[in-house]
Design a protein around this ligand. Structure first.
Ligand code: HPA
Length: 282
């Protein structure tokens, strides 16, 4: 498994580098449910379908199309990953590992993770953004379980700085400049595909989370294992079950993500600009 996985990572990275044609994107952005519109803001964009990248996920969920896009945003080159496979769709974390390790091998240093999430606090409202300051893995599984892929990272991965504090500072600065209001909080990942029960939402609140979702934690773990710095935010698409009268559905998630999309896109663009400006100053 390991050697063909490593080959897939190397081949996919080579294809991404070829498509980038001399550009060297440092930031890769995973676009969560309903947030794919960011890719339309890329200038001089090229696209590589996941289907052309060995070992990449094959996608099934509405609202996700599988495509790597490379283009310019906020004056710097970025990789946008349009679509991911969730742990409610598969037991196999290998395609997600291939995707994240391939962008690292293609030269990315920072992974910006976005998702749609339910809010656990009345002051964090629908179609608003929450920067993820930390997470709770409540999925009952780790993408790194099983034999360690030594060529990509160590067996035991510290998670005390899983969500990079320096990048959080830059995301705060970006929010101020873009005018996108940005809450902050802990993201708790459930495996899904059911939305939570009201009792589970009360548990999540008691455990110290501010938002719940079904993704991003595996992505963060894989990224930290291979040495990517991680930053990200949740688009709040609903209040957690039992906290309001709304009926939860995937259509509802996509609709409310779309409402906040302009703020999300402005935030990511300002973040890319911020990172590029700090690099230029260094
Ligand atoms: N729970 C889990 N995942 C979600 C939610 C939620 O309330 N909203 C969007 N994704």
């Amino acid at each position: 498994m390991t050697s063909s996985h490593a080959d897939n990572v190397a081949q996919s990275a080579a294809k991404i580098r070829t498509a980038a044609a001399g550009r060297r994107p440092r930031i890769a952005v995973i676009l969560g449910s309903g947030l794919g519109g960011l890719a339309d803001r890329l200038e001089n964009a090229v696209s590589v379908p996941y289907a052309d990248l060995p070992g990449f996920p094959t996608l099934t969920v509405q609202g996700h199309s599988g495509e790597v896009m490379i283009g310019t945003l906020g004056g710097a080159d970025v990789i946008a990953l349009k679509g991911r496979k969730h742990f409610y769709e598969t037991d196999d974390p290998t395609p997600l590992k291939t995707m994240i390790r391939a962008v690292k091998a293609a030269g990315a240093e920072i992974l910006f993770i976005s998702n749609a999430a339910g809010s656990l606090r009345a002051d964090i409202k629908v179609s608003e953004l929450m920067m993820i300051t930390d997470h709770i893995n409540f999925m009952g599984l780790s993408p790194l379980a099983g034999a360690n892929d030594e060529e990509f990272g160590p067996r035991f991965v510290p998670m005390s700085d899983a969500w990079d504090t320096g990048l959080q500072q830059q995301l705060r600065a970006a929010a101020q400049k873009s005018g996108a209001p940005l809450h902050e909080g802990v993201y708790m990942a459930f495996r899904g595909p059911t939305f939570e029960t009201p009792a589970e939402i009360r548990m999540a609140i008691a455990m110290g989370a501010q938002a719940v979702g079904m993704s991003s934690v595996p992505d963060c773990i894989i990224a930290r294992h291979c040495g990517l710095r991680v930053v990200g935010c949740s688009m709040i698409t609903n209040m957690g079950a039992g906290l309001s009268d709304e009926k939860l559905s995937h259509a509802h998630t996509l609709e409310n993500a779309g409402r906040g999309a302009a703020h999300f896109e402005a935030l990511v663009e300002a973040f890319v600009r911020e990172v590029a400006a700090q690099d230029a100053a260094a």
